[in-house]
Design a protein. Structure first.
Length: 137
């Protein structure tokens, strides 16, 4: 595992089609090269979750770790990631005005149904050689 101190880490469900497509979207829009990624099913994710005392059974779809600062889960993680793209994406910050329990309720409905609505893979996504350095094992 090579953690880059200046990078934020996105932990995601590696077998979820919605999650994998979301990671591809983040990679495409990460013009500042500020993210690294790890599937929640990986050893790297297990170590990061353990270090921070995060129970992945309560948050099984996305976690954003900002090293030495904070971590974000569920809707807060999605909003932080979206805002980081800059430009019009910063407008996502307006959703911070919606109380977190309401945002997370909507997020949980999608997360609970993500396999049914978007499908599931048998194994985690394997990054291309060009993207391998962005992924933690």
């Amino acid at each position: 595992m090579i953690f880059e101190a200046d990078k934020k880490i996105i932990l995601f469900d590696g077998v979820c089609n919605l999650c994998n497509n979301s990671i591809q979207f983040v990679i495409k829009h990460d013009a500042k090269n500020m993210y690294q990624f790890a599937a929640l099913q990986s050893d790297a994710a297990a170590a990061l979750l353990y270090e921070r005392g995060i129970d992945s059974s309560k948050t099984d779809s996305i976690i954003l770790i900002d090293p030495n600062k904070a971590y974000y889960t569920k809707s807060s993680a999605a909003l932080e990631i979206g805002k980081s793209f800059g430009g019009g994406w910063r407008l996502l910050g307006i959703f911070k005005w919606v109380p977190e329990p309401i945002r997370d309720w909507v997020y949980d409905v999608v997360a609970k149904n993500r396999y049914k609505w978007f499908g599931k893979q048998n194994e985690c996504m394997i990054p291309t050689p060009e993207l391998k350095s962005k992924f933690l094992d």
